[in-house]
Design a protein around this ligand. Structure first.
Ligand SMILES: [Cu+2]
Length: 313
């Protein structure tokens, strides 16, 4: 299967799994009765119906250190500022040992994203794993503050999972304020513009356009299986949204993504793009606009458990 097909298959599977999960959660209400419980066979059908309202299908990913039966175990929860240090962690089964088998997604077995709690200082790196399941990556955090670390992965035979944990960098800092909407980002002489609107409760398409010296960049290089890689975070709590590329590797200047925006509010979006051998990150701030579509009972069909063909596409 070629990469474009894989990406398309992956995107389709995500849309089915998560679209269904959200729709089912919305229709079933906070206590999960009704025809939902799409993951019942995977997570124990014997759980009482009065399970906590924060059932995993109702919250966007990245808000918890443990989810889907896995936990993110950081070796250290603080790093010094402006010093390169090895940052390491494990993904473990809750109550069990480290996970060592992962499926490749977007060309990597694990994506590590860091951002300061104020939405600044974004980094997206790819740690290396040793045989015992310890992931390590050299990190340099340029400024003090409280950071959120996201590990985005899919254990072999498990569900796609994003776990989040906090990481502190000692020192005084001034929280950065971001404009309500900021659709243009300048980085290293590139100007990246973002078009499209985010609509609460719906999947939205956004398009980023990369220019340099006023001209469209038409020789973007593939990065992580597409023309670029987008991470979208809800500003208020850094929920990590589902994003998938709408097109396979091409050459630019336009790169399209589908973003699932659960609620109204402000979002931070980060685009990694590669040109002339170097990956750069453009960042945007966007407030949702437009009306959320009314919940439709016809969309609340329970999804099957993770049966989209397993791994690797
Ligand atoms: Cu990555």
């Amino acid at each position: 299967m070629n990469t474009a097909t894989k990406v398309a298959a992956y995107a389709g599977a995500l849309a089915i799994v998560f679209g269904g999960a959200w729709a089912a959660g919305a229709a079933a209400g906070p206590f999960g009765d009704g025809p939902s419980a799409p993951n019942a066979s995977e997570h124990g059908a014997g759980q009482p119906k009065s399970a906590p309202a924060n059932a995993e299908s109702e919250l966007p990913p990245g808000l918890s250190v443990a989810d889907n039966g896995y936990v993110l175990d950081l070796t250290q929860n603080a790093l010094p500022a402006r010093t390169t240090q090895t940052f390491s962690f494990k993904i473990a089964r809750i109550g069990g040992g480290a996970v060592t088998e992962f499926d490749v997604e977007h060309e990597k077995k694990l994506h590590l994203v860091l951002v300061r709690r104020d939405g600044s200082g974004f980094q997206h790196v790819h740690p290396e794993m040793t045989a015992d399941g310890t992931w390590s990556v050299p990190l340099t955090l340029p400024a003090a503050g409280s950071y959120r670390v996201f590990a985005d992965f899919k254990p072999a035979g498990g569900a796609k999972t994003t776990l989040g944990a906090d990481l502190q960098v000692a020192g005084a800092y001034e929280p950065q304020q971001f404009a309500e909407d900021s659709r243009e980002s300048e980085v290293d002489g590139y100007v990246v513009r973002l078009t499209g609107d985010l609509t609460a409760g719906a999947e939205s398409t956004v398009t980023t356009t990369v220019t340099k010296d006023g001209k469209p960049v038409t020789d973007l290089q593939p990065y992580l299986g597409a023309n670029g890689h987008l991470v979208a975070l809800r500003a208020a709590d850094l929920a990590y949204l589902h994003v998938h590329p709408q097109d396979g590797p091409g050459s630019g200047p336009d790169v399209k993504f589908a973003v699932e925006v659960p609620t109204a509010g402000r979002y931070r979006l980060f685009l990694d793009f590669q040109h002339e051998g170097k990956v750069r990150t453009a960042s945007f701030t966007l407030h949702t606009s437009g009306a959320a579509p009314a919940p439709s009972p016809t969309t609340a069909t329970p999804t099957q458990t993770d049966d989209h063909g397993g791994h690797g596409g």
